[in-house]
Structure formats: structure tokens, C-alpha cells
Design a protein around this ligand. Structure first.
Ligand SMILES: Cc1cc2nc3c(=O)[nH]c(=O)nc-3n(C[C@H](O)[C@H](O)[C@H](O)COP(=O)(O)O)c2cc1C
Length: 135
């Protein structure tokens, strides 16, 4: 059974654009290594992240992320099992997007979620589009 945790948070004021870009590239690379799929969006001083993967891996990772001083006000929105889909991890890599110029990446991510995790798709689609102020 795969597992998902999703949250929003506020970026620390002393983080520069370069720090954020560095974080995004680290997260993408490390999550692909950990077999974690999902998305990290940075927009208007806030993060929204969806982590999907093996339950223990997701839970341990979230505990580490919560302690990271680069963000605060962490509000968890989803914490639940998702239907195991043997295909999902082979068809997606972790997505990172920043700002308002990333609609294409978001649409591609949502398309994959719709195909491989149709039940999970509804809540993810709502949360991410609301966060990006598209709804
Ligand atoms: C908003 C935010 C999201 C993060 N997401 C991830 C993530 O998905 N995967 C990851 O490995 N690290 C993520 N990190 C970084 C971790 O908090 C941590 O710095 C990193 O895993 C290295 O941990 P270590 O220094 O204990 O080895 C994130 C950090 C922030 C601020």
C-alpha cells in the first residue's frame, strides 16, 4: 500500500531565491532516489508538498522535513493510504515547480495522477490548483 502526506508551509524570510532553487533541485534528486513521487510547489512565499511512497519512508521523511528551519507554519492536509498502483512509480518522477510560470508542469503532474491514482487525484487536483490560485 502506498501512502501520502501533504502539507502547506511558509518559507523562512531569510531564504533567497537561490536557496529555494537549490532546495528544489535537492528534493527532486533525493526523492527520485527514495522512490518518492509527488510534487513540491513554491508560490508567493509558501510551499505545498505532496509526498507519495512507501508508508515508513514517507512518515520518516515528513518528520525530517517538519524540523527543517527553512520553513514554518506547517499545516498537514492529507495523511492517508492510497491505492497501491504498481505503475505509478515507473511513470513519474518527483515534480518541483516554482511560481506562476509552471502551469504546464502542474497540468502534466495532474494528468499522471489522474491516470495512475484516480481516487487520490480529486483531492490533489483541488489542493494544488487552489494553491496556485487557478481555481
Ligand atoms: C519545504 C521543504 C520540503 C522538503 N522536501 C524534501 C523532500 O521531499 N525530500 C527530501 O529528501 N528532503 C526534503 N527537504 C529537505 C529536508 O528537510 C532535509 O534537509 C534533507 O532531507 C536532508 O536531511 P539531513 O540534513 O538530515 O540529511 C525539504 C525541505 C523543505 C524546507
Amino acid at each position: 500500500m502506498r501512502y501520502t502526506i501533504s502539507y502547506v508551509s511558509t518559507v523562512s524570510p531569510d531564504l533567497s531565491e537561490t536557496d529555494i532553487a537549490d532546495l528544489m533541485s535537492y528534493v527532486k534528486q533525493h526523492n527520485n532516489f527514495l522512490d518518492i513521487t509527488g510534487i513540491l510547489i513554491y508560490s508567493d512565499g509558501n510551499f505545498l508538498q505532496v509526498l507519495e511512497g512507501e508508508k515508513e519512508t514517507v512518515k520518516i521523511l515528513f518528520e525530517r522535513i517538519k524540523k527543517d528551519p527553512r520553513h514554518y507554519n506547517i499545516i498537514k492536509m492529507l495523511d492517508k493510504e492510497i491505492k497501491d498502483n504498481a505503475f505509478s512509480k515507473y511513470h513519474s518522477s518527483f515534480t518541483v515547480i516554482s511560481g506562476h510560470y509552471s502551469h504546464t508542469e502542474l497540468q502534466q503532474f495532474l494528468k499522471k495522477e489522474e491516470n495512475y491514482n484516480p481516487e487520490h487525484f480529486k483531492s490533489i487536483s483541488y489542493l494544488t490548483q487552489k494553491f496556485m490560485k487557478l481555481l
